[in-house]
Design a protein around this ligand. Structure first.
Ligand SMILES: [Zn+2]
Length: 333
């Protein structure tokens, strides 16, 4: 294999620092990131159509950290969400990183910048420890892109596995092989978390091999037919372990978070029952809750659609959910 990819990376890095002194513009050089490199990676790895390979140098403004990402579109179609394999260039264009990364923007929107850093870091560490497929030569932890901006700093913390290269270092063969290895970890992660990595229910459980395997099978929906035996085995393990070890088997209805946010926006965060306004969260944003008028689970099988949703204050939401019939009746009077 000729070293086309590695040449492109070197060429781009050299030019980019010069280019960014001028106003944002699409140039033959930036096309390396947005067109050529994605195409070479796709072809070089013979990726099938479910993968999206794309890159960015910013839109309207130069971004501090250019990148090229490989996304499994069944997980997410944009780097703001989900998790993906990505090449991140260091701000000084001296180095680049190949990472299994978690989308920063989804965490920032959900938790606010400060809280998001903790959440995304915990998430990355958690899955970094859980995955069995960390490729050799890769590390766990934070990376240093020398970023000054919030987004770039978000990239630095949202990393599960990474490998650092000097711009001039890797051959195409090495780089493609590393990407191929990392795609295996990407796949393993998908088997465990599915399409939403945001709301990891973190506890301090320690996971031994059997529990890990069990979780994986639950995640892919291919539980052994002999489920009782499986559970009994796990109960046995759980009973032998110290009390901090917990096994939690949880069935959850998948909701669309965007609808929840939309419904709150639609009501200007004002409770649609008692008209109470929102309170201000630590992150400065207004707090309200989205409620399904006809509940999603149980007999009613309500729809996860804004037409079946309303914005409520925490108090009304709690009464609607947990209150007695009389409490609920009082609420509406
Ligand atoms: Zn209310």
């Amino acid at each position: 294999m000729a070293n086309e990819v590695s040449k492109l990376i070197q060429e781009f890095s050299k030019q980019f620092l010069i280019e960014t002194k001028n106003p944002y513009n699409s140039t033959p050089n930036t096309k390396i990131i947005t067109d050529t490199l994605p195409r070479f990676i796709r072809d070089g790895l013979k990726l099938d159509k479910k993968y999206k390979v794309y890159g960015s140098v910013g839109s309207g403004n130069w971004s501090e950290i250019p990148w090229v990402a490989i996304l499994d579109t069944s997980i997410s179609k944009s780097t703001t969400e989900g998790y993906y394999v990505v090449i991140l260039f260091d701000k000084n264009m001296q180095e680049f990183y190949l990472c299994l990364s978690v989308g920063w923007t989804q965490f920032e929107q959900e938790f606010g910048t400060r809280e998001a850093k903790i959440k995304i870091r915990t998430t990355c560490e958690y899955y970094g420890n859980l995955l069995d497929t960390k490729p050799s030569g890769f590390n766990k932890g934070l990376i240093n892109l020398h970023a000054q901006n919030k987004l770039g700093k978000g990239y630095e913390v949202g990393v599960i596995f990474f490998k650092k290269y000097l711009i001039s270092e890797p051959t195409d063969e090495l780089l493609m092989d590393d990407i191929r290895q990392l795609l295996i970890s990407y796949y393993e992660l998908k088997m465990i978390v599915g399409d939403s990595i945001l709301n990891l229910d973190l506890d301090t459980s320690t996971y031994d091999k059997d529990i890990k395997d069990f979780r994986k099978r639950v995640a892919v929906g291919s539980l052994s037919p002999n489920i009782e035996k499986e559970i009994l085995k796990l109960v046995k393990i759980a009973n032998q372990e110290p009390p901090e070890v917990m096994l939690r088997l949880k069935k959850e209805i998948v909701r669309n978070r965007k609808f929840a946010n939309y419904v709150k926006e639609r009501a200007h965060y004002i409770c649609e029952i008692c008209m109470r306004g929102p309170f201000v969260q630590k992150n400065g944003g207004p707090y309200a809750e989205a409620d399904h008028v006809s509940p999603l689970g149980g007999k009613s099988r309500g729809l996860d659609s804004p037409d079946n949703m309303r914005c409520l204050c925490a108090q009304c939401h709690a009464i609607i959910t947990h209150g007695s019939d009389i409490e609920i009746k009082n609420l509406f009077e």
